[in-house]
Design a binder for this molecule. Structure first.
Ligand code: NDP
Length: 291
């Protein structure tokens, strides 16, 4: 029987622990943990993502704010906004919502976020820490989507040690940090990408597949070993011939699910984990400050 790795029960269990730890931080600091999102411009998808983050933050007892800058903001304007938040004692976590308008160098901005406030886990220093953690370190460092996948695997008692994990996708936000986290827990890791030759043969050797490409139906049944754990990070929206809107992952779910040992659905799998990890990292930052 395939285990469907739904995020709902994980999120339900996290709700209690996150509310408790937010309350603990609030008592210790005399204020709620603070999260500020810098939103530059009017990108409608970004506005929705920011609203979702704020909604979840509010539910869990976090003070979330949005600092809005106009689409025409300069590099200097955004740098100043980060500097101001770095110096603000009531702000525990800072996120720069991506993408940024094209006149802005996103990496240069993100790398000025103070280490203690880098709750998105994107700075060079956080990346360096992630890749240099001692093996099996329980420390949770790095971007929130792979952290969420590790939390999901943990919840469902899936031990990755000794398993061959093939990650498809090598972005700095998902693929590469996912590799570091699985490696830390003892998996043997291969990272595949658009130049990988004979991807299906490689995938057939995988005990764990993490698909993070944004390519609908890239992972098909013939490329999956029966019993493999399949983690689908992809979020692909399309409209079918009848005009119906769909959100699907990178995996041909209908055909892969029956042969997989466990699989994440899209939606309802990896997606909701990310925002919960963001709140978790913010509360951790607040608790660290309280100490
Ligand atoms: P990127 O576009 O940054 O990276 C995509 C990766 O997929 C690249 O490394 C690319 O290879 C690889 N790739 C593309 N086509 C193929 C192919 N045919 N075969 C093998 N590899 C291929 O995307 P992200 O990492 O930012 O996101 C990946 C997906 O995950 C997207 O659908 C995104 O929406 C989703 N996502 C979901 C999140 C969530 O919370 N659930 C959070 C973040 C992302 P190359 O490097 O060679 O170009």
């Amino acid at each position: 029987m395939t285990v469907i790795l739904k995020s709902k029960p994980v999120v339900e269990s996290l709700t209690k622990t996150l509310k408790d730890s937010a309350a603990q931080a609030t008592a210790a600091l005399g204020r709620k943990p603070g999260l500020t999102v810098i939103l530059v411009g009017e990108d409608p998808a970004s506005a929705i993502y920011v609203r979702n983050k704020q909604k979840r933050a509010d539910e869990l007892g976090i003070n979330s704010q949005t600092l809005r800058l106009p689409d025409a903001a300069s590099q200097e304007d955004v740098l100043q906004a980060v500097a101001k938040l770095n110096a603000d004692d009531t702000v525990d976590g800072i996120i720069v919502q991506l993408p940024l308008p094209k006149q802005i160098d996103a990496d240069a901005i993100i790398n000025t976020i103070a280490d203690a406030k880098d709750v998105d886990g994107f700075t060079l220093r956080t990346t360096g820490r992630l890749w240099t953690l001692p093996k099996n370190s329980p420390e949770q460092v790095g971007p929130c989507t792979p952290l969420g996948i590790m939390a999901l695997l943990d919840f469902y008692n899936i031990d990755v040690a000794g398993k061959h994990a093939v990650i498809v996708g090598r972005s700095n936000i998902v693929g590469k940090p996912m590799a570091a986290m699985l490696l830390n827990k003892g998996a043997t890791v291969t990272i595949a990408h658009s130049q990988t030759e004979n991807l299906p043969a490689l995938l057939r050797s995988a005990d764990i597949i993490v698909a993070a490409t944004g390519r609908r139906n890239l992972i098909t049944k013939d490329a999956v070993k029966p019993g493999a754990i399949v983690i689908d990070v992809g979020m692909n929206r399309y409209v079918d011939d009848a005009g119906k809107k769909h959100l699907v992952g990178d995996v041909d779910y209908a055909n892969v699910a029956p042969i997989a040992g466990a699989i994440t659905p899209v939606p309802g799998g990896v997606g909701p984990m990310t925002v919960n990890m963001l709140i978790k990292q913010t509360i951790k930052a607040a608790l660290r400050k309280a100490k």
